[in-house]
Design a protein around this ligand. Structure first.
Ligand code: PRP
Length: 214
């Protein structure tokens, strides 16, 4: 197989990939190999379109794209802000909309107003650091966790958290509230910087086609 003639896509596993494939279908990009739910294959090819697709963990998508192992990636803006890779962000795909927020118990709101030295638990230390140090000018201690972030203020690990809020039900069910909004998030298309030059025609057409169905 001559890799150079294939456009390779890295898609964030799960809902992100499903929504991406649905959107791609609207512009005539399909991959039948991916429809087989029982397959253990990792990479799927559409020979007619000369396109290859693979699924990766969200935080790994920008890595594959930066190194050129994938020409194009689809990943959440939260992951892009956290991973800070040298890649082009070319399109807001409009799905996977949610907010990055500072959350905690209602009374923790006072700690934010008075710029106290507080503990912040998060899966996104760069985003939290940027927000507290550069935007709010508040000195904080960041504690990196890998999931179930809402636990931290409940069990007393941290004063607040910086985390994604989508429906708000995880917060509600755990007696927590949104205290401040950090930024809005959604799925983004990213492109390798060299691929953007070498495959400019195909990639530009893809972006233009997608814009029409957004
Ligand atoms: C995410 C996020 C929140 C939750 C927000 O967690 O970290 O916990 O979803 O969604 P909601 O506002 O609709 O309740 P995810 O389910 O990805 O798992 P994690 O807690 O292990 O990170």
């Amino acid at each position: 197989m001559n890799n150079e003639s294939y456009l390779t896509f890295a898609l964030g596993k799960g809902r992100l990939a499903k929504n991406t494939l649905k959107m791609f279908e609207k512009i005539g990009i399909t991959c039948r190999q991916m429809e087989d739910k029982d397959t253990r294959k990792l990479i799927f090819v559409n020979e007619d379109l000369k396109m290859r697709f693979f699924l990766a963990k969200g935080p790994d998508v920008p890595t594959y794209v930066e190194y050129g192992a994938a020409d194009i990636g689809v990943v959440g803006k939260d992951t892009l802000l956290q991973e800070r890779r040298n890649i082009y962000e070319v399109l807001d795909l409009g799905f996977g909309k949610c907010n990055m927020c500072v959350c905690g118990k209602e009374e923790a709101g006072n700690l934010l107003k008075h710029h106290e030295q507080i503990r912040v638990a998060t899966k996104y230390p760069y985003i939290a650091k940027d927000y507290f140090y550069n935007v709010k000018k508040q000195t904080v201690e960041i504690i990196k966790l890998n999931g179930s972030i809402e636990l931290a203020p409940i069990v007393g690990l941290s004063d607040v958290i910086v985390d994604i809020v989508e429906t708000g039900s995880t917060l509600r069910e755990n007696g927590l509230v949104v205290l401040e909004e950090v930024c809005k998030l959604s799925a983004r298309m990213v492109v390798n910087q060299v691929s953007m030059k070498l495959e400019n025609k195909r990639i530009t057409k893809l972006i233009e086609d997608l814009k029409k169905v957004l």
